[in-house]
Design a binder for this molecule. Sequence first.
Ligand SMILES: *Cc1c(COP(=O)(O)O)cnc(C)c1O
Length: 422
Amino acid sequence: MRYISTRSASPPLGLAEAIQTGLAPDGGLYVPEHLPVFKVEDFAGLDALPDIAEKFLAPFFEGDELSVHLSDICREAFNFAVPLVELDEETAVLELFHGPTAAFKDVGARFLAACVSRLPGRRTVLVATSGDTGGAVAAAFHGRANVEVRILFPKGLVSPRQEKQLTCWGAGVRAFAVRGDFDDCQRVVKAAFADCQLRVERGLLSANSINLGRLLPQAAYHAAASLWYLRRRGAPAGLVVPTGNLGNAVAAFWARAAGLPVREIALASNANRAVPDYFDSGAWAPRPTVRTLANAMDVGNPSNIERLLRLHPDFDELKSFARAFTVDDAEIKHTIEDAARISGRVFDPHTAAAVRVRALLATPHWVVVATAHPAKFESIVEPLVGREVETPSALAELLDKESACVEIEPTLDALVRAAFSP
Ligand SMILES: *Cc1c(COP(=O)(O)O)cnc(C)c1O
């Protein structure tokens, strides 16, 4: 498999190279040159996530130096439960939050770390985070030989528990509170990658959702969820995906385009409405980021839109099976309150946006993708549900550690001085 840039002006690369390159030299994002075409029968006899992932990902690894390791990489990355839980007769919830930092980003980060640790060389992982990516990346790369981690997060715009997960690692993992929003963090990280000398000297590695090593395993769990649902209920499900930078959504589109039984796709955005507006108008217009309760989805200019438009350039074709909705903070709150009252289930604000969208959809058979554990956003969730949410033990362990971080201005200079000076 070769990977091409969404802007078509960079040479195609193999998988390991594309993972190490991150952003293509022409500013585009790498996508598979073509998608494999599976049939449901190809997965006969496979039920465990690592097995389905290995089968699904084999064509994406074909011909690459990493392909001999694919089986081990899948087992290392998918080493925690990813249950598909029944919500009602026509809805299931894919719980992606049972990893070390209690959000779905653990899957991509662990897979990326598993890939990179099998490649030679020293690296510095540089990552901007709107809340959950940084913690997952730190947890996944922490303690690996030959890897340092630098994390940029928007100061004051992540939850206290998210901040803890960014700042508690010590050793080779350093966190920077940027005076700005997530888009500022992303801009500084992009500038660092555009600086050739810095990039080469430091062996910079991107771990944002522009990195293929994160998206591929996400497509694998969407594939697994679609197969599990079909086997259980005898009907193909649609996927409702909480959406910020559009990485998880693009992975869902890839799974569908690769022939997996994904009937349709519904995207749940918060009040950052660039994606729903695109689905309304057919015209792409980035917007300034607005703050919401679902802060990991506070992205005004989602970079993965390029991948979506590359896969589905025909607007009418895209709209024939995909929709996008905006869910504001009031609806997120009501959804969390109602679910707790009616069914006793507690959702985090991101998952709640998707649960709300599910309620708007008239067709049966949907999988709601649950992206974070509610305990990660306890300061929002607990007052709404009127009780304490139990903290998963992995998360509780992190909360007991000491934190450290340095505040910086949103410029490359400030980053270089703080993060890369000896
Ligand atoms: C990152 C994140 C999202 C958004 O995912 P994207 O791939 O950026 O669209 C949704 N929910 C949670 C909990 C997240 O951490």
